[in-house]
Design a protein around this ligand. Structure first.
Ligand code: PMP
Length: 382
């Protein structure tokens, strides 16, 4: 059997990983500024994480949700404390798409409505509702097509206002990434997020904060929507939550009444997933990783802004993007093959950085120096 060809791949096999570094089969070291697509939050193979997951595997790896799993309660309490959303309820599942699927469904159960507002360049996953709310028709199969999703321009307060004025009583939810990731690192403006909060309150719609990529401390705050000083009704989380172990969840504001029969999953909240997620939160807390993400992220952003060839440097904390002009189109490729640095990309010409929240200034400097060197090589007049 051959593998289903999902993504274009780089011909590299990673056989060892530690902190912000990985090694290939030949022993070559790479700096990882992609974090496996924002998944590696506390660094690869963190000793506390390895210990906690291994200990749990030796005790009990899995039993169904038909029994009490105290680790789930421990995780809910810890997550409430670290995120500051102590009065929310936690539902555990397995992936970002599943989290968004459940959030959109729960909102509709709650207010009995069908319409969803989503935004241009937004990405929410590949399951039926999540993909229908994703602005990429090429991944929406005929069976996923629905006219219940209204796409509005991102950060456009007037369009949002007009939509609610016309159809406010039909809107079930508004789903928005605090910073669009796949769409190219586009930061939702503070007034826009505040307006979503205001209009949802006014019209009885549910504000869903997709925090799958921009959440979990990546921006220096636990949820990037926190920069606007507003609370969403539901936050969805995945990627960084398990540092590589598949675990995801949604947290639900107290006024949203969820009956247990509305949501469910076999693997969600299993013992190993909870152990992994708890280890991540413990390390985030112990190592003060939110502060580190803010500090090292600001540093990288300042340095990149000082390089005149790079355009529109943007983001928050350790979620950073910048545009690469045509003459630097080989920058990403050269960073990988010549400088052994993994970065991410977004269409058309954006480089995305999503490193571990524990990235050190010294690692950041390695990247900045490599970028400068490459620009000097690619733009000879520099
Ligand atoms: N939401 C956002 C913002 C994402 O970036 C992604 C993944 N790229 C998803 C949802 C879907 O997550 P998953 O791949 O775990 O289903």
């Amino acid at each position: 059997m051959k593998l289903f060809d999902v993504y274009p791949i780089n011909d590299i096999t990673i056989t060892k990983a530690k902190g912000s570094y990985v090694w290939d089969a030949a022993g070559e070291q790479y700096l990882d500024l992609y974090g496996g697509h924002a998944v590696i939050s506390i660094g690869h193979t963190h000793p506390h994480y390895v210990q906690r997951v291994t200990d749990q595997l030796n005790k009990v790896g899995f039993y169904s949700n038909s029994i009490r799993i105290p680790l789930q309660e421990e995780l809910a309490a810890k997550l409430g404390k670290v995120s500051g959303k102590e009065d929310y309820q936690l539902f555990l599942c397995n992936s970002g798409a599943e989290a968004n699927e459940n959030a959109l469904k729960l909102a509709s159960f709650f207010n009995g409505r069908k319409k969803i507002i989503a935004f241009t360049k937004g990405f929410h996953g590949r399951t039926s509702l999540a993909v229908a709310a994703t602005d990429n028709p090429s991944i929406v199969a005929p069976v996923n097509q629905t006219n219940n999703v209204i796409f509005l321009p991102f950060n456009d307060e007037e369009a949002l206002q007009a939509c609610f004025r016309a159809q406010g009583s039909e809107i079930s939810s508004v789903i928005i990434e605090g910073i669009q990731g796949v769409g190219g690192i586009n930061v939702a403006s503070v007034p826009f997020l505040q307006q979503i909060r205001h209009l949802c309150d006014e019209h009885g719609a549910v504000f869903i904060a997709d925090s799958v990529q921009c959440g979990y401390g990546r921006t220096g705050k636990f949820f990037s929507h926190d920069f606007a000083g507003v609370n969403a009704d539901i936050y969805t989380m995945a990627k960084g939550m398990g540092n590589g172990f598949p675990v995801a969840g949604i947290i639900i504001a107290p006024h949203i009444q969820a009956k247990h029969s509305m949501l469910g999953t076999t693997f969600g909240g299993n013992h190993l997933a909870c152990a992994a997620a708890l280890a991540v939160l413990e390390v985030i807390e112990q190592e003060n990783l939110l502060n580190n993400a803010a500090e090292v992220g600001n540093y990288i952003m300042q340095q990149l802004k000082g390089i005149s060839e790079l355009k529109n440097v943007r983001g928050r904390g350790l979620m950073i993007g910048f545009d690469v002009p045509e003459e630097l189109k080989d920058l990403k490729k050269n960073l990988l093959w010549k400088h052994k640095i993994f970065t991410g990309e977004a269409k058309p010409n954006v480089i995305r950085l999503l490193p571990s929240l524990a990235l050190r200034k010294k690692d950041a400097n390695e990247f900045i120096e490599a970028v400068k060197e490459e620009i000097a090589a690619l733009v000879p007049t520099h």
